[in-house]
Design a protein around this ligand. Sequence first.
Ligand SMILES: [Zn+2]
Length: 129
Amino acid sequence: MRSALRRRLLQAAHTDALAALDGDTWRSRCLHCRRALALRADGEALGTTSLEHVVPSAWFGRRAAAELCARVGFEPDDPRNLALACASCNHGKGCTHDARGPGDARAREVVAALLDARMARWREPAETP
Ligand SMILES: [Zn+2]
């Protein structure tokens, strides 16, 4: 797996209040369905764990998404915009809400609610991974 992806998965874990290091494995829960997820301490995703961009990367620079993008510093890879999610939940969101684009009010509403859920789980990182 690419090292940039491993680093982002670790940033998501370090800043996730539900994530805990258990031996050499991070354990947390999917941002969508709360299913248990695991990540190796070196950032290798285990099982169905995937990296979720809460505000879709493709929405950055789009005027309709400006308010959402501002909440994560206009940076798709800001840790506030990164979360651990099941591959199936992540794919499902990508195929429905993200694909509709920020011009769709329902898609914006879903992404805003997810960002609320992400920020409710925010933890200041103890160290920079
Ligand atoms: Zn899930």
